[in-house]
Design a protein. Sequence first.
Length: 90
Amino acid sequence: MKLSQTELFEHLKTTLEKMGATYQEHSFRATTIPVKSGLCVVRGELCFIMDKRRKLREKNRILGRALARMDLDTVHIPPAVREFISGDAS
């Protein structure tokens, strides 16, 4: 099954949340320090912070790479999404 970029994005965010992380989007434009989108720990909680100015395809790639580093064996992920995650890691 072929997913649209929007559908893929929603599945990737849901998978991230199943792994116990929250997802937030912020504009990094005004920051004076170099900031990249990715996983981090904020007040002891796993959080994924994304630059909201990124294009949807880039957001999917960044989320896919982050999820590829996690142990996803215990969560249900649609096959097309799992394939994207495993293919994106290479």
